[in-house]
Design a protein around this ligand. Structure first.
Ligand SMILES: O=C[C@H](O)[C@H](O)COP(=O)(O)O
Ligand SMILES: C=C(OP(=O)(O)O)C(=O)O
Length: 463
């Protein structure tokens, strides 16, 4: 990660170097239908908050977004793999050194295993430092005859079921900015400060292999990585100087008032960037071609993702490419498919085939979480077997078409939560209540995440 360089707030036409046309451009989504926006009770308070946010420093530097775009271009060409992962919904209370470290450590461990299995560089992108807003299926929730607004993420309202907590409060957007800044600061310190040299990360993986039933299945792969590190040392390379020091951030660009307040004109190029994170994505519920979210994403130069569920058609994918990647720039657009294990083999082939014929070089990534959610004993959950099966289907489709299975997009955490079922260190239905901490959807715990990484590494080797 590199340091920030001042850019100009796109929302402030009065500022000397921010052009009026750029300011108009960043507002072009206003007036279009914007799905999943909170009912802010006091529009004046919202306007005051976004004005304040517009004047604050950006959270990332546009040059870092360009670097990520170049890394993703390598993925689009089949020369790298992307791991995107983190909480379903970050919460303000979880902004602690320990939790941030554990999430980063899990991602780095997964990246190391995947890099070895794929024999490709892995681009690591956290769902972190900004993933505070959630689209929901229902606008309201009813308990014991009382109906209140649904929880939409800490950026909007509180999880407690009281009228006060559930009322959208724009002050929370400032906390989102502060929490994102604190998280980013620590991530930058960890990655720049040597937390993650290659042999340290492998040592953590060896502990996982040695200490858990989940891990023992992967002794052979871990021993091969050991041998590779010994070989590198024998050749004079020092694995302690080789670091996983590039870690990017991403979140769903859901709350357009916040995202456009953090959108700035890059002083180097004059282009607009959403500097709330390196990459943003547009969700399954907000990707309408004539809607505000796609209009916003079309105006910023960051790498952008779009979720594609089982109802997405090839025509929709092609229209999204025209809107979001008119110059056919590899690394600009990532399609994140979330079809469900039972549908991916039927639905994905036509999409991938038609996009390939169009000549667009998008990144294809597989989110095996969102199409595989169900309820057990009142808890939203997912089964690791279904998650693995969807990734397998993703690989099969790409192998059959000769295209690159570019990456995976996972909801995970570094702790030992009991939110998803299965894994070699099995979580059963009866365990769900033990440590179910997600504010929204179920995440893989650390062991299940590493389990998945080793299984995906094996999928590469089975090629
Ligand atoms: O993370 C994705 C969505 O926000 C989530 O699946 C919606 O959950 P809901 O169907 O409980 O609203
Ligand atoms: C809401 C999400 O996913 P989707 O848009 O695919 O439902 C998410 O990834 O948090």
């Amino acid at each position: 990660m590199t340091t920030n360089q001042p850019s100009q707030p796109g929302r402030e036409p009065g500022r000397p170097t921010a052009s009026r046309s750029a300011a108009r451009t960043v507002r072009s989504w206003r007036g279009l239908p914007a799905a999943q926006q909170p009912d802010w009770p006091d529009p004046a308070a919202l306007a005051a908050t976004t004005a304040e946010l517009s004047a604050l420093p950006p959270l990332v530097f546009a040059g870092e977004c360009d670097l990520l775009r170049r890394r993703l271009a390598a993925v689009a060409r089949g020369e790298a793999f992307v791991l995107q992962g983190g909480d379903c919904a970050e919460t303000f209370d979880a902004v602690s050194a320990e939790q941030i470290r554990d999430k980063l450590q899990t991602m780095l461990q997964m990246s190391a295993v995947l890099a070895y299995g794929a024999a490709l560089p892995v681009v690591s992108i956290g769902r972190i430092a900004g993933q505070y807003a959630k689209p929901r299926s229902e606008p309201v929730e009813t308990r014991d005859g009382v109906t209140l607004p649904t929880y939409r993420g800490d950026a909007v309202n509180g999880l407690d079921f009281t009228a006060r907590s559930r009322t959208p409060d724009p002050d929370r957007l400032k906390r989102m900015y502060q929490s994102s800044a604190a998280t980013l600061n620590l991530l930058r310190s960890f990655t720049a400060g040597g937390f993650a040299d290659v042999s340290q990360v492998h040592e953590w993986n060896r502990e996982f292999v040695a200490d858990s039933p989940a891990g023992r299945r992967y002794e052979e792969l871990a021993a091969e990585i050991d041998a590779a590190l010994r070989f590198m040392r024998a050749c004079g390379a020092d694995p302690a100087t080789m670091r996983f020091d590039e870690f990017f951030t991403s979140h769903e660009a859901l709350l357009l008032d916040y995202e456009s307040a953090l959108t700035r004109v890059d002083s180097r190029t004059g282009k607009l960037y959403d500097l709330s994170g390196h990459m943003v994505w547009i969700g399954e519920r907000t990707r309408q071609l004539d809607g505000a979210h796609i209009e916003f994403a079309a105006r910023v130069a960051n790498p952008v993702g779009v979720k594609l569920g089982p109802d997405a058609t090839a025509d929709t994918a092609l229209a999204l490419i025209d809107r979001l990647d008119p110059n056919r720039e590899p690394g600009r657009l990532m399609f994140i498919t979330r079809m469900g294990a039972d549908k991916i083999r039927d639905v994905l082939p036509e999409l991938v085939a038609k996009v390939a014929v169009s000549g667009a070089q998008v990144v294809w990534s597989c989110d095996p979480m969102h199409g595989n959610t169900f309820k057990s004993g009142g808890y939203k959950t997912r089964r690791l077997d279904h998650i693995v099966d969807e990734v397998k289907g993703f690989f099969e489709v790409h192998r059959a078409l000769g295209t690159h299975p570019g990456g995976i997009h996972i909801e995970l955490t570094g702790g030992h939560v009991t939110e998803c079922l299965g894994g070699a260190h099995e979580v059963t239905d009866g365990d769900l209540h033990l440590k179910y901490e997600s504010a929204c959807d179920p995440r893989l715990n650390r062991n299940q995440s590493l389990d998945l990484a080793f299984l995906v590494a094996e999928m590469f080797r089975g090629a």
